[in-house]
Design a protein around this ligand. Structure first.
Ligand code: NDP
Length: 383
């Protein structure tokens, strides 16, 4: 039996992970399940999986959580400190599936227990890459990339030497607006942005896919996870989302990982690593897919990948600023406060201000994050 904690259990990554566990419950002991505000939903999952503890980040939801857990043996807790404490209980594997920089501190807490961490929470790595990786090293943790692209690259690198890599190619679906004109993009609504052509995911990452900021964040994520140098990382638009990413070696061989657009595949690869496990995913039907196509990204219409590249090249606090400004701008777009094209424009404006000096600790990253959020909100109020 292996122990597991799922940070962000009520989200899309959480649901895919629990779906895999549900098929073989006897193999897993669930330590902690966490959510932000969905207390009743979290309680039902905690009872179903006989978790040790359920934690909501939003303290106002604790009474609801307690009530829904009444009569069960599951402990209830709330607040950001409780999230970190639950993550520090230690588990053989922790799935980091909280959305946004809010996942950084609990993910770090899990890393400091030295187990395996299946990292979906890309914003944590973007905001605090060097610090997070130093902690992985220091505490002997194992970081398993869960984002489908990074999981693909991770798989393509197995048994090879990273020094032999010529190129790492991140594939991007291009999102729902791939063929839209600038004029159409300016009028794009949240409902339209939330309709991803290939993947079913949480709202924030779905909007990030539409702006291509998701690929920008993944570019930074890849830079931290696979140190081949920024000039060996590239992005190619591949609308079918069949090839999840590729690694080209110096002998001219390119290895690719293919699979259905179903996050249960990369999550299963992390849960079973270094072995394999069964999933109920529909296998690829290549004759039905017929064609795989590839395009260069258009950074005129979708400037987010350029912004991310410039932020990681600038280094220091710039990626944390990029991420925080983007999180606030996406929220504002979803709330109907700004236009779709304003998301990247606002991030660009925040990056053109004086960037704080490089954060050296987790607290310093969180301070940059908080300050950037406040400044971005202020900028949006005065827009
Ligand atoms: P969702 O929005 O579906 O779920 C987010 C989870 O995080 C929920 O459990 C939510 O709780 C919790 N949460 C939200 N805000 C906070 C907070 N402030 N403090 C603590 N917990 C919080 O997101 P996804 O599952 O889509 O994405 C999760 C992460 O995985 C993101 O970083 C995303 O980029 C990454 N990822 C996701 C993929 C996908 O297919 N979904 C693919 C690759 C990467 P509640 O439900 O109570 O709000």
């Amino acid at each position: 039996m292996r122990s597991i904690s799922i940070l962000g259990a009520t989200g899309s990554i959480g649901a895919s992970t629990l779906d895999l566990l549900r098929r073989d419950k006897g193999k897993w002991r669930v330590v902690a399940l966490t959510a932000n505000g969905k207390a009743t939903e979290l309680a039902a999952l905690a009872i179903e999986f006989d978790a040790e503890i359920a934690v909501v980040a939003d303290e106002a939801r604790l009474p609801e959580l307690r009530e829904a857990l009444a009569g069960s043996s599951v402990e209830a807790a709330a607040g950001s400190q409780a999230l970190c404490e639950a993550a520090s209980r230690g588990a053989d594997i922790t799935v980091a599936g909280i959305v946004g920089c809010a996942g950084l501190a609990p993910t770090m807490a899990a890393i400091r227990k030295g187990g395996a961490v299946a990292l979906a929470n890309k914003e944590a790595l973007v905001s605090a890459g060097d610090i997070l990786l130093a902690e992985v090293e220091r505490y002997g943790a194992t970081l398993l990339p869960t984002d489908s692209e990074h999981n693909a690259i991770f798989q393509c690198l197995q048994g090879n030497n990273i020094a032999d890599v010529n190129w790492i190619t991140l594939t991007a679906s291009g999102g729902p607006f791939r063929d839209w004109t600038m004029e159409q993009l300016r009028a794009a609504t949240p409902q339209q942005a939330l309709k991803h052509p290939n993947w079913s995911m949480g709202a924030k990452i779905t909007v990030d896919s539409a702006t291509m900021m998701n690929k920008g964040l993944e570019f930074i994520e890849a830079h931290h996870l696979f140190p081949v140098g920024l000039d060996r990382l590239r992005i190619v638009v591949h609308p079918q989302s069949v090839i999840h990413s590729m690694v080209e070696y110096r002998d001219g061989s390119t290895l690719a990982q293919l699979g259905p657009s179903d996050m249960r595949v990369p999550i299963a690869s992390c849960l079973a690593w270094p072995e394999r496990m069964n999933t109920a995913c529909k296998p690829l039907d290549l004759p039905a897919i017929g064609q795989l196509t590839f395009f260069a990204p258009d950074e005129e219409r979708f400037p987010a990948t350029r912004l991310a590249r410039e932020a990681v090249q600038a280094g220091g606090a710039a990626p944390a600023v990029l991420n925080a400004a983007n999180e606030v701008a996406v929220e504002a777009f979803l709330a109907g406060q700004i236009a779709f094209t304003d998301i990247s424009a606002k991030v660009d404006r925040m990056l053109s201000r004086a960037i704080p000096s490089a954060p050296a600790t987790l607290d310093e990253v969180l301070a940059v994050d908080a300050e950037t959020r406040a400044l971005t909100r202020k900028m949006l109020e005065h827009a």
